[in-house]
Design a protein around this ligand. Sequence first.
Ligand SMILES: Cc1cc2nc3c(=O)[nH]c(=O)nc-3n(C[C@H](O)[C@H](O)[C@H](O)COP(=O)(O)O)c2cc1C
Ligand code: SF4
Length: 146
Amino acid sequence: MKNIFEQVKLRNLTVKNRLMRSATWEGVAICKMLAREGIDSIEVSGNGTSVSGIRPHVNEGYFAKFAAKLTKDVDTPVIVVVGLRSRDVMENLLNSTDIALLSLSRPLLREPNFPAMLEKGETSESKCVSCNACYSSQEHRCIFRK
Ligand SMILES: Cc1cc2nc3c(=O)[nH]c(=O)nc-3n(C[C@H](O)[C@H](O)[C@H](O)COP(=O)(O)O)c2cc1C
Ligand code: SF4
């Protein structure tokens, strides 16, 4: 493992690991090991297809608690993905935890300029309804986009 990290660093690349099983006790052990080896960041994710039926303020950011706890266990920037849909939930996460960054996937398929719209105050919630139809659409396009 150490050798792999040294080789990658020599080439001036960034190592970021997206752990598909990070939200488990086993994942925490792997995160700690990778942190010790000097990984650049850890993105907390989960195994399998994206969870459907995410609703703003109802069931957003379902790995956020886990990610917030992980920040106490590793000295490495922690990123969280999955199910973030509204500005205030995202702002609250960044303001109230040590989570370094947030990731978005389906909201960007639904509205590619969603982050810019949030920044400009043009919207406060994603229009993505988490139906997962984009998994089977051509080029993974959101079926609601013209
Ligand atoms: C069409 C589609 C393809 C995806 N492919 C991958 C993949 O290859 N590897 C991966 O780790 N996650 C993949 N994901 C999961 C997303 O990166 C993300 O973790 C998940 O959708 C939850 O975040 P969201 O609620 O912001 O969409 C995919 C998601 C979608 C919608
Ligand atoms: S098809 Fe569109 S609305 Fe449905 S999950 Fe994908 S991005 Fe979201």
